[in-house]
Ligand binder design. Structure first.
Ligand SMILES: Cc1cc2nc3c(=O)[nH]c(=O)nc-3n(C[C@H](O)[C@H](O)[C@H](O)COP(=O)(O)OP(=O)(O)OC[C@H]3O[C@@H](n4cnc5c(N)ncnc54)[C@H](O)[C@@H]3O)c2cc1C
Length: 376
């Protein structure tokens, strides 16, 4: 006989953890299954920026989703830190987008004006004013925009604390366990194979990040999510106060004295190699922005796989043709930012059949979309 539970969540990155945590808060019996350890993949590899206003989403559904998620963070961090004692390193000095060319100034002038109109805390700074805040910035700086609402945190610690808080709420964690098969009857999944066991559940959530296409095949679903590799370096550099970003690259200060330097976007399958070429390019960029930083000791390097969705939006909601399968994947460069709202909305959908924000713009794309990208 199969074991029974209410919901099986496949994938224990921040997205699966967030969904399981919310479900357990509604007393839903939840299994969280990960083929490795929770939070070890993209969720550990990220930079931890919560970039809702500095990012490219102007005013549509993606912007609404980002803002709603960003607003949930302060209370969530308090809750997780109180429950687990883990310092998630939530830091609030904001993101400095630095402008080095006339074209940068033109592009960011428009975004600055829009964000000011939308009522966000944003300032346009002359080069001198920017250097008063961050004295190590290059003399070649033309100006900077300070996005004060865009905070950052330690994503590895967030995932660890969130998984522990989910366990404390009663989520049944199954680590080192892969979901390999599904039994489908009359448009419903009746059971899934978790490791050696068959588990019967009322609902199944696919939150397998870059592996969602493979997991989808078990359910006869075509989920067009694929891995977008990002290479990262950690250096021991003089502390910056803010996140410094330009050209989709960034320097993110951490409390332990490290600065995270990223990143690349590469479509090279499931390869997680760090290449000398990427290290050289990142170091060159960083040295152009903060002169001398290229001499800082390198403490670590790694690569992670972002779950890239061709629509540039996450895929959220019921799977077509399968009434009890829910999709929560494709968060690409924004999964840390979007995890709280994703957990809330998917849990609402499963427990009430409705959601506070419409999931209509986040449906599974039917046709291939042109290849596009959006900032982290
Ligand atoms: C270099 C880099 C920088 C980034 N920076 C930021 C940032 O600053 N801000 C931001 O918001 N986002 C950032 N991101 C994006 C963010 O990390 C991702 O969008 C987010 O982590 C995706 O979470 P996830 O849970 O969907 O995927 P993952 O964290 O990859 O988790 C998926 C999980 O599914 C498990 N799994 C797969 N197949 C199976 C199976 N068959 N059975 C069981 N388990 C399975 C895997 O083991 C894995 O743990 C960055 C990503 C990278 C790589």
């Amino acid at each position: 006989m199969a074991t029974t539970t209410d919901v099986v969540v496949i994938g224990g990155g921040v997205i699966g953890i967030a969904v399981a945590y919310h479900l357990a808060g509604h007393k839903v019996r939840t299994w969280l299954v990960d083929k490795g350890q929770p939070g070890q993949e993209a969720s550990a590899a990220a930079a931890g920026m919560l970039a809702a206003t500095s990012g490219g989403s102007k005013r549509g559904p993606m912007y609404q989703l980002k803002r709603a998620s960003q607003a949930l963070y302060p209370a969530l961090v308090r809750e997780l830190e109180e429950r687990t004692g883990v310092d998630i390193e939530y830091q609030t000095p904001g993101i400095f987008e630095i402008l080095l060319t006339e074209a940068d100034e033109l592009r960011y002038r428009r975004l600055y004006e829009l964000r000011a109109e939308q009522g966000h805390a944003v300032s346009w700074l002359s080069a001198e004013a920017a250097r008063r805040h961050e004295p190590s910035l290059t003399p070649a700086l033309r100006a900077a925009v300070h996005f004060a609402a865009d905070h950052h945190l330690h994503n590895g610690k967030l995932a660890r604390a969130w998984a522990e808080a989910a366990r404390q709420r009663g989520v049944s964690l199954h680590t080192g366990t892969t979901v390999t098969e599904a039994r489908i009857r009359n448009g419903r999944v009746s059971e899934v194979r978790v490791g050696d066991d068959w588990v019967s559940a009322d609902s199944v959530v696919i939150a397998a990040g870059s592996w969602s296409a493979q997991v989808g095949e078990l359910f006869e679903l075509r989920i067009p999510v694929r891995p977008a590799k990002g290479q990262m370096l950690a250096i021991r550099a003089p502390q910056l106060r803010h996140v410094i970003a330009s050209d989709d690259r960034y320097l993110v200060p951490r409390k332990n004295g490290e600065v995270i330097l990223g990143s690349t976007v590469e479509f090279t399958g499931y390869d997680k190699d760090v290449t000398l070429e990427a290290v050289r390019r990142l170091a060159e960029w960083a040295d152009g922005v903060v002169p001398g930083i290229g001499k800082a000791p390198l403490s670590r390097c790694w690569a992670g796989l972002r779950p890239y969705s061709p629509t540039r939006r996450p895929i959220l909601g019921r799977a077509p043709g399968l009434e009890n399968v829910v999709l929560a994947t494709g968060h690409h460069r924004n999964g840390i930012l979007l995890a709280p709202i994703t957990g809330q909305l998917i849990s609402e959908l499963i427990t009430t059949g409705r959601t506070g924000l419409s999931l209509e713009p986040f449906g599974l794309p039917a046709e291939p979309h042109p290849h596009q990208d959006e900032a982290e």
